[in-house]
Design a protein. Sequence first.
Length: 162
Amino acid sequence: MEVLWAPWRLQYILGPKPDECVFCIPEHTDEDEERLILSRGKTCYVLMNKYPYNNGHLMIVPYRHVCCVTDLTTQESHEVMDYLRISVEVLKKAFSPDGLNAGLNLGDAAGAGIAAHLHFQIVPRWNGDASFMAVFGETHVIPEHLRSTYNRLKPIFLDATS
């Protein structure tokens, strides 16, 4: 049996689990780096996925706790789309991916990990990134530590949104 070391997972395994929704964030920005929040808008924000499918996996989340795209106001819908566009621009600049998956899963049956709070996903993709590890080992290999990716993306988001 092969052993894959992922020491950063121990913090999650042993740490306290939140009772509240992980996407319902405080108004203050004191925890933004810890929560991997890259940018805040008026009605939504962008953060990195702590358990990414690929390096640079981002999520766009409305502040309001809604579960369906039809629950968004026009202003929220427009800002989510603006941040989707900005996020694609930032990921292309930072990583030069060969493609991107972007979308959302509505409901448990559709694969939403947190169905109660709507969130859009953007996953950079590279030719050949579904290597033998993902196919045979059912394991994703993320080539860069989350903090390094955060530090790479944060200034690009600042430039793109200023």
